[in-house]
Design a protein around this ligand. Structure first.
Ligand SMILES: Cc1ncc(COP(=O)(O)O)c(C=O)c1O
Length: 317
């Protein structure tokens, strides 16, 4: 355990946070961190992970993230060897060394791999899990995605069904989403909206997707990761007296959609300017988000401010 690598360096003049990685207690500049090749996360994507961001040093929805991590582990029958307390202690240690402060918000990713052993698909129940914590500056999403909105596309590849690889396993194997995103990018779109095998909307590559259809704000309840941003947006809207529902959305219903946006921990509420369907037809939505999208953004932003003020005891600092 300890600070075993070379000095951590800030990468940019304007950021005080240096990309920093903690592998089982050894904290390094991101470029120097390593894991053994026999790690099952590397060999098979046999891992689970979470990503949160901080506001003034306070993690957004910390308990929810730990609960979801534990649920992902349960879904793949992984026993996490480290306690929540140990992981949180190490996250705080990494954040401090990375230079996270009240003044600069951070990106925190923590991943638990099933550890390393023989090259053998079956995971020996006695393996000790490995943790990898990444602390960095927040990803700077293209400003155009907020000002104009993303161009979305429905790819041919379908989202894994829950009885194959449950989308609620937030795990290290993102090939299904990578294939959807690659198809979208190669067609000139920014992101994909993946359908289930039966033609129902599931989610975007790494965010949940919402629509306004015939005046109702809807997002699919099944077939996607239960996003924590989605969960808290429902809560924020409820407190503000605005209706939002989770229900199945068949792709044919999208012809009546008038707004679209995606949500995730790092994007928060990001508008979509268009959605290209499988037959090439393009649905256009208001640039920069319509009335509902902009209202959701505002309500959620106020909710976050309240959350941070009420949860300062969770601070990483
Ligand atoms: C596949 C997928 N769906 C949805 C989300 C959104 O989840 P959250 O709001 O918790 O970031 C993510 C986030 O990483 C994701 O990877």
């Amino acid at each position: 355990m300890g600070f075993g690598c070379r000095q951590i360096h800030r990468e940019t003049a304007y950021s005080m946070i240096a990309p920093t990685i903690n592998v089982d207690g050894l904290i390094c500049p991101a470029k120097e961190a390593s894991i053994p090749v026999l790690d099952r996360g590397f060999l098979y994507g046999d891992s689970v992970y979470e990503v949160f961001r901080t506001y003034r040093g306070v993690p957004l929805f910390l308990d929810d993230h730990f609960e979801r991590l534990e649920n992902s582990a349960r879904l793949i029958q992984m026993q996490i060897s480290q306690s929540r307390e140990e992981l949180l202690f190490e996250i705080k240690r990494t954040a401090k060394i990375a230079g996270v402060s009240h003044d600069e918000d951070a990106y925190v990713r923590y991943q638990i791999t099933r550890g390393d052993g023989q090259v053998d698909l079956y995971p020996d129940p006695n393996l000790k899990t490995r943790y990898v914590i990444i602390v960095n500056t927040l990803p700077s999403h293209n400003a155009v995605f907020y000002d104009r909105g993303m161009y979305m596309m429905i790819p041919k590849v379908r989202r894994n069904p829950a009885n194959a690889l449950d989308p609620n396993i937030k795990g290290g194997n993102y090939l299904n989403n990578i294939m959807g995103l690659t198809e979208a990018r190669q067609s000139g779109a920014d992101d994909c909206v993946m359908l289930s095998r039966d033609g129902f909307v599931t989610e975007a590559a790494n965010s949940n997707v919402w629509f306004v259809i015939r005046g109702r704000l809807v997002t699919p309840g099944a077939g996607n990761l239960k996003g924590l941003t989605k969960k808290h947006i429902h809560k924020a809207l409820e407190e503000a007296g605005v209706d939002s529902v989770e229900e199945d959305i068949h792709v044919n219903e999208l012809l009546d959609a008038t707004e679209c946006f995606v949500t995730s921990a790092t994007r928060e509420v990001m508008p979509c300017a268009s959605l290209t369907l499988l037959n090439g037809e393009r649905l256009d939505f208001p640039e920069g988000g319509g009335e509902v999208t902009r209202a959701v953004r505002q309500v959620f932003s106020e909710y976050i401010q309240r959350y941070i003020e009420e949860n300062t005891s969770d601070s990483l600092l």
